[in-house]
Design a protein around this ligand. Structure first.
Ligand code: ADP
Ligand code: MG
Length: 692
């Protein structure tokens, strides 16, 4: 007997379905959505509009419209066809309030005519002759009552398509979206459901008007996301501190001997931070501490202090630096400091020679207490530590969280039990307080808020790039006094090749102009050994001038250098400029930094250069940087799970962070049943390990 095929009703759509189940999503659109990070139907819900087009309100022409996309109703007084140039027609038009110049492009489409009145939609700009609008859209009254969302999109993906997809997702949400937060607990202004908030933002009604950035609906979603993030960080922190860590307690004779041999004594801030680290390491649970200290504040010595305490307690220490150059420099410092004490200092880099490498690996496996310095090479499979007690990570914004985790997974074996090593993270990127509290909610933070005495301030000036020849005499004079100079050619195009070429031609020019000086060159296309050789020469003062790319950005320490010249300074962010400038001013002589720029300067670039001249305070610069570029850029996108927030913005929504924390505490304490859903919705499985 044959069964007749049963006709099955299509499964109803669910929020967790792939976007390909939506109408209008084929392979091509799916790929475009993937580029926006949109894989499931639900993802479309959290993809919020970046702005709105209000096609329902006719706006009178006025200066204040500049920069906005608006609907205008104008009468054309004059229209002229153009034969040359890109535009096809230019028209003068106006309403009762003002005048505007309209440009039309392209071969086809209706043309504006003198004497006619039109409803037009487009972006108004302030041109040199007053207001302008390019390629206005003709609007019929039919579109009059809509406020259209405009979404972040990607090449080839039309707004109309995105709108249609979001609309479908909203329909699915009507029945499938869980309300996870008890509305009654929310601050009064934000008391609304998640679905209601989404509807307000994706499909605003004329009655309530265009949603603004501080619209309660957006804040409601942002708060929910912040609560989820806080909960996730608390969970991770709890898991972290439940682990067992090596007990590192007591005084270190090595440390006392190191101090006795130094030509200087530690600053009060260095002593305080080391004391905080020692308290952490003397607990039975793993330390997770971030040491923040501005460039030149002496983080390396603090790291050495922590390392010596661990080594004297019988453990191994690993210090990971972001570049081979820095790892080498640390290795030299540590060798100089620790070898006289009889403490083994090893180096492990990607390109270490096989024999040397085998030796280091054997020593690490044998569990001989000592320190190993290296790059990412340190957390490769083959590297095994028998007694790893402390992991130190320098300039951590360069590392992803997974790299950190991989290294700390190589814990010490102690009487058969795997111990979690203590972790110390050092960064010169000052993190504004609001961010430090939220992005690093699971890290203890120590701040070295004092520079070693005797540093003289750096005088910073800005100079138009075409006047750079004036610097030749300056360099000559500085070097004549026995000082050294850096000339930095940063990457402005995304190519180490071009960057290297710029540095090469600068070096060639300087060699010609300053034949009596010794000019060195270091860039990313040299081998690590070559780079290191040049750096060593510069450090030993066998070179007067070092032409470099941004490979010297972090950590490089040559106190005799007192002049820093930075090309393309107008294109760099404050944090990077601050890092580069921090290469000088490390001794007691007066230091100078010259920022070279090209005209025209954007307002932002102008403001950045001015701020660089005004202040040397890393925290002030970081706050400004954050305001300009947002936390993702400042912290590095890979650095923290929080940088990938969907709705909330740590800067804009900073005032809600304390509220989110309080709510998170309350719901955690009550073991609120919405918590797992909250984590699934906002944090996701992929970020389990962030911040550990
Ligand atoms: P950073 O915090 O930028 O990593 P470093 O650790 O490289 O700074 O230290 C910068 C310079 O200051 C080094 O030459 C270091 O030897 C020196 N230094 C560190 N601590 C002191 C101190 N307490 N007094 C004087 N010089 C110090
Ligand atoms: Mg450093």
């Amino acid at each position: 007997m044959s069964k007749s095929p049963r006709v099955r009703a299509p499964e109803p759509l669910r929020l967790t379905d792939p976007v390909t189940r939506l109408m209008g999503v084929g392979e091509k659109v799916a790929a475009q959505l993937a580029r926006l990070g949109l894989a499931q139907v639900e993802d479309l819900l959290w993809h919020l509009p970046q702005r709105y087009e209000d096609r329902g309100t006719v706006r009178p022409l006025s200066e204040s419209l500049a920069g906005e996309s608006v609907l205008i109703e104008v009468t054309v007084s004059e229209a002229r066809l153009l034969r040359h140039g890109k535009a096809r027609l230019v028209a003068q038009a106006g309403d009762a309030a003002g005048q505007i110049t309209l440009w039309q492009f392209g071969q086809y489409g209706p043309l504006l005519q003198a004497g006619q009145s039109y409803l037009l939609f487009g972006e108004v700009r302030a041109g040199s002759q007053g207001l302008e609008m390019a390629q206005p859209e003709f609007v019929t009254s039919a579109a009059l009552d809509s406020i259209l969302p405009v979404y972040p999109s990607t090449e080839g993906l039309q707004q109309s398509r995105l709108r249609a997809l979001v609309t479908q997702a909203l329909t699915v949400a009507l029945h499938g979206l869980d309300e996870l937060l008890p509305t009654a607990d929310l601050p009064p202004v934000l008391r609304m459901g998640t679905l209601a908030a989404l509807q307000r933002l994706h499909a605003p009604t004329r009655a309530l008007g265009v949603p603004q950035p501080d619209d309660p609906a957006r804040l409601r979603l942002a708060l929910e996301e912040l609560v989820a993030q806080v909960v996730a960080l608390r969970h991770q922190r709890q898991q972290w501190v439940q682990q067992v860590a090596p007990l590192i307690a007591g005084e270190s004779a090595h440390w006392q001997r190191l101090l006795a041999g130094l030509p200087f004594s530690p600053t009060a801030a260095q002593r305080r931070v080391l004391a905080e680290i020692r308290v952490d390491m003397a607990q039975g649970q793993p330390m997770l501490r971030l040491v923040q200290g501005d460039v030149g504040s002496g983080k390396t010595l603090v790291a050495a202090g922590a390392a010596l305490h661990a080594i004297e307690a019988g453990y191994q220490v690993a210090l990971m630096a972001p570049t081979a150059l820095l790892a080498e420099q640390h290795a030299r410092n540590f060798a100089q400091w620790l070898e006289p004490l009889g403490v083994p200092v090893h180096v492990l880099l990607g390109q270490s020679a096989a024999a040397a490498r085998r030796g280091v690996l054997a020593a690490l496996r044998d569990g001989v207490p000592g320190i190993v310095l290296g790059t990412q090479a340190l957390f490769q499979e083959a590297v095994q530590f028998a007694r790893l007690g402390l992991v130190i990570i320098d300039e951590q914004h360069r590392f992803g969280v997974h790299q950190r985790l991989a290294l700390s997974d190589k814990g010490a074996l102690w009487e058969g039990e795997r111990l979690r090593p203590h972790q110390l993270v050092m960064t010169a990127t000052p993190i504004p307080r609001t961010l430090a509290m939220s992005a690093y909610a699971d890290l203890e933070v120590s701040i070295i808020d004092e520079l070693p005495p005797g540093r003289s301030p750096i005088t910073t000036t800005a100079l138009r790039a075409d006047r750079r020849e004036a610097l030749i005499d300056r360099i000559s004079a500085v070097c004549h006094e026995g000082r050294q100079a850096y000339w930095v050619c940063p990457l402005i195009e995304d190519s180490t090749q071009i960057e290297a070429e710029a540095a090469e031609s600068t070096a060639a020019r300087l060699t010609e102009a300053l034949p009596h000086l010794r000019i060195g060159l270091v860039h990313g296309r040299l081998s690590a050994a070559q780079k290191q050789a040049v750096m060593a020469q510069f450090k030993a003062h066998a070179l007067d001038v070092l032409v470099a790319t941004t490979v010297i950005e972090v950590g490089v320490d040559v106190p005799n250098a007192s002049l820093m010249l930075i090309e393309n300074a107008d294109r760099l962010g404050l944090a990077q400029l601050h890092q580069l400038r921090g290469r000088v001013g490390r001794g007691s002589t007066a230091s100078y930094c010259v920022l070279l720029y090209d005209e025209p300067l954007s307002d932002r670039a102008k403001a950045r250069l001015a701020l660089m001249r005004e202040t040397q305070d890393g925290f002030v610069l970081a706050e400004a940087d954050l305001a300009q570029r947002g936390p993702g850029e400042v912290l590095g996108t890979r650095q923290t799970g929080l940088a990938k927030l969907k709705v909330a913005d740590l800067v804009r929504d900073a005032e809600w962070i304390p509220v989110a924390r309080e709510l998170a505490e309350r719901w955690l304490a009550a073991q609120h049943p919405g918590i797992p859903g909250l984590l699934r919705r906002w944090v996701g499985a992929g970020q389990q390990y962030s911040q550990v």
